[in-house]
Ligand binder design. Structure first.
Ligand code: UDP
Length: 538
């Protein structure tokens, strides 16, 4: 690799002089360490100390300048997993003058994206924690283009899925270990550190039991934009043609097996009158699997990381996730959450083995494959008797590992029944009309007029114009919501109206000030913003 970097010509003396005179410059986005991404010029890394180095000079810049808050607990998260204490980034500081006494810097000319991969041997983690966040971090900063270079600092070797990481840029990603071969002091000309978390949808249960993230910000369109990019890099074209429909069974061959897989495949083929194909990570190339899944009508698989490949399913397809005995599907929903993201347009079905007869346990395996022989006898017995794994934190709960690594004989009739509850005719891509969820703008020119009849009765006539964007849209149903609030009161009277004006007389008092709030609603659930509040005096 050292030849590779030096092949790019840079003016070494000019670069060194700039570093000594200007020092390091850093400007970051984000208010907290959990949402921060920083852009650096002339950030260095000592491969001996395994530390990043910020060089101070009169021209250096550090924004935000947090003082010692930089260590409470860190400047930023290096991976997309929120606030994980093994993933913190910081640098040490030195005066630029110290460079005189240090190893000669080796300059990295490529624009660098420096991050941690979270768990590169697990496909769910690869896509969810790394590939999607890297892709969208690169979209966020224009100089992180295909000519930029990824640096993975978590310290792992390439891992099982390194080929996927290579698709994200034209340059070979470099690992922490490899940096040593480049030199003792590396200086990144331009670098970005941190990862966007905007696409992640799941939290793995480090501080509370696992589940969907509280504030999911990604939808199907952005996921498909990413999968389209990956498929182009893999030279896979999306077949638009109405070729034969089929079902894919994604099998595991090492553990968490489906014991009657042949019977299952036959039953699916018969029930849905479709060809049914098996794939596994062990037996098929990644691009073969993507090619098959991207045209499949249904994907059936045991709970497990391989199910993240539902990312590549066409819209309208069905995901069937099988859960071993005592594993409550509602408690483990990374793939359900993915399938049901807004705009993913996938149907999701969970099936659970509820029959103890149909499960095979492995109490004598090592603990990380679900063995429980190392536990005391009473605890072993409790686990074996239990009908459901109680909610737990990640990652070493022995009862969870024991149950999730069971093999399962799938009860075919009960599986077909749950699929049939959701999939009435043929599963698979329906030529759906693109009913996009576009929201109304504010209503315009809202006005009110009051009239008083006698001392106890009054009327309030309110009118407004349609939102500006409505005239360019075809909307099935347009309604307006009006809230009438007496000034100083906490409560309000809500109304749903079909027209652009209304005269309110119920509960309207004379000589009173009312606040009137109006918003537009498309198709029952697309709520627009409220227009500026109207002040109406009767
Ligand atoms: N894996 C697989 N076949 C197997 C067992 C595991 O393809 O028989 C893959 C799995 O999809 C994941 C990785 O190996 O990418 C690690 O699997 P593990 O059981 O540790 O994680 P899980 O699937 O439960 O997330």
């Amino acid at each position: 690799q050292s030849q590779e970097l030096s092949r790019v010509q840079i003016d070494y003396h000019a670069a060194l002089q700039a570093l000594v005179e200007d020092g390091t410059r850093m400007v970051c986005t984000g208010r907290m360490h959990t949402d921060r991404i920083c852009r650096f010029e002339s950030l260095c890394y000592s491969t001996e100390a395994e530390e990043f180095v910020f060089f101070h000079s009169n021209a250096s810049v550090m924004l935000p300048n947090l003082g010692s808050r930089r260590f409470q607990p860190a400047l930023l998260d290096l991976s997309s997993v929120e606030d994980h204490n093994t993933q913190y980034f910081n640098f040490v500081e030195l005066p630029a003058a110290a460079l005189k006494f240090m190893p000669k810097p080796v300059f990295v000319p490529d624009v660098a994206l420096i991050t941690n991969r979270f768990n590169p041997d697990n496909l769910m983690h690869v896509f969810h924690d790394d590939l999607l966040p890297i892709f969208y971090t690169m979209q966020q900063f224009p100089d992180l283009d295909l000519e930029s270079r990824l640096f993975f600092m978590e310290g792992w070797s390439e891992g099982l899925h390194f080929d996927l990481y290579k698709l994200l840029s034209n340059k070979q990603p470099l690992l922490r270990e490899q940096l040593k071969t480049l030199g003792r002091l590396l200086c990144f000309t331009k670098s970005y550190i941190g990862l966007s978390k905007v696409t992640t949808w799941y939290q793995y249960g480090f501080v509370q039991p696992q589940g969907p993230k509280a504030n999911i910000l990604v939808s199907g369109n952005e996921i498909r934009h990413f999968t389209k990019f990956m498929m182009e890099k893999l030279n896979i074209s999306l077949e638009e043609s109405a070729s034969e429909e089929y079902i894919v069974v994604f099998s595991r061959t090492i553990n968490r097996l489906i014991l009657n897989e042949a019977e299952l495949i036959l039953a699916l083929a018969q029930e849905f009158q479709m060809k049914t194909i098996t794939v596994s990570i062990e037996d098929h190339s990644f691009s073969h699997i993507v090619r098959l899944i991207s045209n499949a009508s249904m994907l059936v698989s045991m709970h497990g990381a391989q199910l993240v490949m539902s990312l590549f399913l066409p819209r309208g397809a069905t995901v069937v996730e099988l859960f071993p005995y005592a594993i409550n599907p509602e408690h483990y929903t990374p793939y359900k959450t993915l399938s049901t993201l807004p705009g993913m347009d996938l149907q999701y079905i969970a099936w659970q083995n509820t029959d103890r007869e149909n499960t095979v346990t492995f109490p004598d395996r090592p603990w990380d494959q679900g063995g429980i022989a190392h536990l005391d006898k009473a605890e072993q017995e409790r686990i074996i008797k239990s009908k459901e794994v109680p909610r737990h934190l990640c990652c070493r709960n022995p009862e969870w590992l024991f149950r999730v690594y069971q093999d399962t004989k799938v009860d075919i009739p009960s599986l077909i029944q749950v699929i049939r509850q959701t999939v009435k005719s043929k599963p698979g891509p329906k030529k759906q009309k693109w009913t996009s969820g576009l929201y109304p703008g504010k209503v315009r020119d809202a006005k009110c007029q009051a009239s008083v009849q006698g001392t106890s009765e009054a009327k309030l006539s309110v009118s407004w114009q349609i939102p500006w964007n409505l005239k360019y849209l075809k909307v099935r149903e347009v309604k307006y919501e009006v809230w009438i609030q007496e000034q100083g009161e906490n409560t309000y009277m809500p109304y749903i109206l079909s027209h652009q004006n209304h005269t309110f007389s119920e509960n309207i008092k004379p000589f009173t000030i009312y606040l009137v709030w109006i918003r537009c609603i498309f198709n029952k659930n697309l709520l627009g913003p409220f227009a500026d509040v109207l002040l109406c005096s009767t």
